[in-house]
Structure formats: structure tokens, C-alpha cells
Design a protein around this ligand. Structure first.
Ligand code: ASP
Ligand code: MG
Length: 469
């Protein structure tokens, strides 16, 4: 049995948590071959991003403050781990070397006052590169044979799309097999940094936020692993956010495609492409809580027959969104308008989360993250206003409500039930979209009504009793 386990940033955030993680790994290591992927301590990647921002703003003081904060956090963990003297000394010198490397990169960038996407990925890689040796030594300290390495050294080769790199799977497969299999055969557990790869010019790349999940599925696919376990601090994928719905339930099993719909914005964020490497092979993925071992979590499989009577399995609210409505009679019957709008926004790095156009073609509505709104409107105004489009209307403070479940496919009356339930709460629906896969139905409401809409739908589809039969 070969298992690839990924531990999220919360599971290594303190010395106690590192020890907890180490003992979970040890308990699995007896009869299994294991590969461990680890994320940066929760919050560290954000801090490294802040460092890049403060370098760009030429704020040397802030840069150094954040840097020492990051270093201290890791040193505190090492001190509180109470390792045997020789392990502690070795680990400290590894961390000191990394600290020096990071400090000199930052010093250099402060001089030139510039951070390119490439150097940003290099800086971001330190979050994972600090924690992997720490976890490795915590394991050695309790008698587990482990070896730490970066995703680059494990063999993950990517294109050069810094910040959102894609693996080159054939090269990666060859390298990963070559590097990891001998270790596994010798009973060593490789501790691989999540999130990181290397491009063909030997530059460090990152796989996008939340990329450690992706690292785990890439490795699992390359080695034909039997299973993947994603450890974090949530019980699994749920019927709704338990902060909104008190009696939300953990889903025992969902399909890959349902998981992709749910996880993007649910309590357990999954990297959007994380399932891609395992789709063909059908490697099962389990989401588990490292702090609640009693709970079996959610199993994600290729095809799921669980919950045959449930049309809908989850309701999620995606908050902090903004709606942009563009209008113009010259859009009617003129091919390429939508293409122009979308590629314009795409080129500026703005992600369109939801789209809708009526058959009259006189307007297109798009939902973007609120943080992208300013830039999106700016781009549209600069390039298209007065040409293809006549007016731009913006509603900020909206939320997308998404209803997910493969049981909706071909089932009549689902939309009617959804909109009746929402109307019953006096909530106005601003925009609607359903993909033809019928796996999800999404609509937009004012932010203030988002929670009520989720509650009403959770009740309507009786999701509180989903595990009862
Ligand atoms: N540390 C990276 C991030 O925060 C990758 C990950 O956590 O999966 O996005
Ligand atoms: Mg993370």
C-alpha cells in the first residue's frame, strides 16, 4: 500500500501540532509506504507575500519586521519541540542556512527595489522549505526514518508560469520515480515541500495558492499511489459551512466532480486543479481532520453511489463578490464581443467567477472577486467603453449561492424548489447561472441575504439528515 499524505498549514502551526502530525505519520508508517507533503505554517505564505509588497513599496523597515517574525515563528517551534540535542543542532543549522539564504535574497531585492514574478516565487518557496526539515527532524526524533526535500528535488518540473505553474507530467513522472522510489524501498519516508516545483531553467516555481494539495496529487499520480489523505483542521467536506448552518453534516463520500464544485469555496479549500492528476487513475482522496481522529472525514472517489436519494448534497455561499453588468446595443448580434471583454479582463489577471448573458445579447453580467473589481472596471472603461459597450453598472457586496449535487442532473423541478425556497425568505435573486453539466446551480444575491439563503436551501433539501439513512 502506498499512501501520499498532505498536511495543511494548520497542522504544523505550533510545536505541539508538529508533534501531533509526526505521531499520525508514525502510526501510518508500520505497514505502509508513505510519502508526506507539507504546507507552510498557516499564515506564512501570506507574510511572504507581504514581504514582496513591502519591498515594492521600498519599506525596508516593514520588510525586516515581517522577516524576523517569520524566522522567530519557526525558531520558537524548534525550541518547543524539545528534540534530542544532536537533532536540535542539526535542524538549527539547516534553518540558519535557509534564514541566511532568504535574508540575502531580500537584501538584494531591496537594493533593486523590484520583485518580479520569478523572484516572488523564490521568496514564497521559503514557507514550505522552512517547515519540511522541522517536520522531518520531529519524525527522526521519535525513531521514524525520514528525509526532507523540496518539490524541486523530488522531481516536480513545471512550465514557467510563475505563481500558477503547471506540472509537465511526463518529465515529472520520470524524475519522481527515479528520486522517490529508492527511498521508499529503503523504508524512508520522503517529506516533500508542497506548493513548489522547478521550471526547465532551474527556477523555482509555485503551483498557485493552496498548491500543496496539488503537489500531493501530482506525486500520487506519478507513483500510482493507492490513496491520498489530505489532513487539515476540518472534519471534511460539508453540506454547508457550519458557521452558517448549525446542523451542517460531514459528507461521507462525494465524486471528484462534486468535490471540485464544493471545495473551491467551502470550509476546506482545495486547489482548483488538484484533482486533475488523479482523474484518470481514480485514486481515492480522503479529507481528514488531524485534530479529530475519530472522524473518518470525506472520501472523494471517481464515481460515487453514496446518497442515492439526495438530489442536492451541499450549499455554499461565496462571499465578497461584485457584479459587473455591461450594456450596449452594439453588442447585439456582433460576434466576438464577449470574447473581447473576457480576454481583456483575463490579460489583466482578473478571474471571472460567473457569467450570464440573455438571448437579447444587449447585456452581459459577470461576477468577479471584490478585490478585483477596481481593476476590472478600470480595464473595461479604458479599453471598451464608448466602443462595444455603452455603460458599466456595478453592484458590489454580492454573494454567489451555489447548490451542488450530481443528483440534479436530469431531475425536474430542482430550480423551482431552489428559487421557491429563496423567495420564501423574501430574498431577491439578481443573476442566475447553471452549467449544462447540471452539477451545480448558482445564483447571486445581496451579501446581506447570503446566510439566510444558505439556511433556507439546507432546510429545503433536508441536508441535516443526509447521513441518517
Ligand atoms: N503555502 C501555500 C499557500 O498558502 C500552499 C498551501 O498551503 O497549500 O497557498
Ligand atoms: Mg495552506
Amino acid at each position: 500500500m502506498l499512501t501520499v499524505m498532505k498536511f495543511g498549514g494548520n497542522t504544523v502551526a505550533t510545536a505541539e501540532r508538529v508533534s501531533n502530525t509526526a505521531s499520525i505519520i508514525r502510526s501510518y508508517s508500520n505497514n505502509n509506504k508513505l510519502i508526506v507533503v507539507v504546507s507552510a505554517i498557516k499564515g506564512i505564505t501570506d507574510e511572504l507575500i507581504s514581504i514582496c509588497d513591502s519591498i515594492k513599496r521600498k519599506d525596508e523597515h516593514l520588510t525586516n519586521t515581517i522577516l524576523s517574525n517569520i524566522i522567530n515563528k519557526h525558531k520558537d517551534i524548534i525550541n518547543n519541540l524539545r528534540l534530542q540535542e544532536s537533532n536540535r543542532e542539526e535542524l538549527s543549522s539547516v534553518i540558519d542556512a535557509l534564514t541566511n539564504e532568504l535574508s540575502s535574497v531580500i537584501k538584494g531585492l531591496l537594493l533593486i527595489k523590484e520583485v518580479t514574478p520569478r523572484s516572488m516565487d523564490y521568496i514564497l518557496s521559503f514557507g514550505e522549505r522552512f517547515i519540511a526539515p522541522i517536520l522531518c527532524y520531529a519524525l527522526r526524533d521519535i525513531g521514524v526514518k525520514a528525509e526532507y526535500m523540496s518539490g524541486k528535488d523530488a522531481g516536480i518540473v513545471t512550465d514557467s508560469t510563475y505563481g500558477n505553474a503547471k506540472p509537465l507530467m511526463d518529465t515529472t513522472r520520470l524524475r519522481i520515480r527515479h528520486r522517490l522510489e529508492p527511498m521508499l524501498d529503503n523504508g524512508i519516508i520522503p517529506i516533500v515541500t508542497g506548493f513548489i516545483g522547478v521550471d526547465q531553467y532551474d527556477n523555482i516555481t509555485t503551483l498557485g495558492r493552496g498548491g500543496s494539495d496539488y503537489t500531493a496529487t501530482i506525486i500520487a499520480s506519478c507513483l500510482d499511489a493507492d490513496e491520498i489523505i489530505l489532513w487539515s483542521d476540518v472534519d471534511g467536506l460539508m453540506t454547508a459551512d457550519p458557521k452558517i448552518v448549525k446542523n451542517a453534516q460531514v459528507l461521507r463520500e462525494v465524486s471528484y466532480s462534486e468535490a471540485m464544485e464544493m471545495a473551491l469555496f467551502g470550509a476546506k479549500y482545495l486547489h482548483p486543479r488538484a484533482l486533475e492528476p488523479v482523474l484518470d487513475k481514480g485514486i481515492p482522496i480522503r479529507i481528514r481532520n488531524a485534530f479529530n481522529l475519530e472522524e473518518q472525514g470525506t472520501l472523494i472517489v471517481k464515481n460515487s453511489n453514496a446518497y442515492p436519494n439526495k438530489i442536492v448534497k451541499a450549499v455554499t455561499a461565496i462571499k465578497n463578490m461584485a457584479l459587473i453588468d455591461v450594456r450596449g446595443t452594439s453588442m447585439i448580434g456582433s460576434p466576438g464581443t464577449a470574447g473581447k471583454i473576457f480576454s481583456m479582463l483575463g490579460n489583466d489577471g482578473i478571474n471571472i467567477v460567473m457569467i450570464s448573458q440573455g438571448p437579447s445579447e444587449s447585456s452581459i453580467s459577470m461576477v468577479v472577486r471584490k478585490s478585483d473589481l477596481d481593476k476590472a472596471v478600470n480595464t473595461l472603461e479604458l479599453n471598451l467603453l464608448g466602443k462595444v459597450i455603452k455603460s458599466i453598472n456595478v453592484t458590489d457586496d454580492v454573494a454567489i449561492i451555489a447548490v451542488v449535487g450530481s443528483g440534479m442532473r436530469g431531475t425536474k423541478g430542482v430550480a423551482a424548489r431552489v428559487f421557491n425556497a429563496v423567495a420564501g425568505q423574501g430574498i431577491n435573486v439578481i443573476m442566475i447561472a447553471q452549467g449544462s453539466s447540471e452539477l451545480n446551480l448558482a445564483f447571486v444575491v445581496e451579501h446581506a441575504y447570503a446566510d439566510d439563503a444558505v439556511k433556507a436551501l439546507h432546510d429545503e433539501f433536508e441536508l441535516h439528515n443526509i447521513n441518517n439513512n
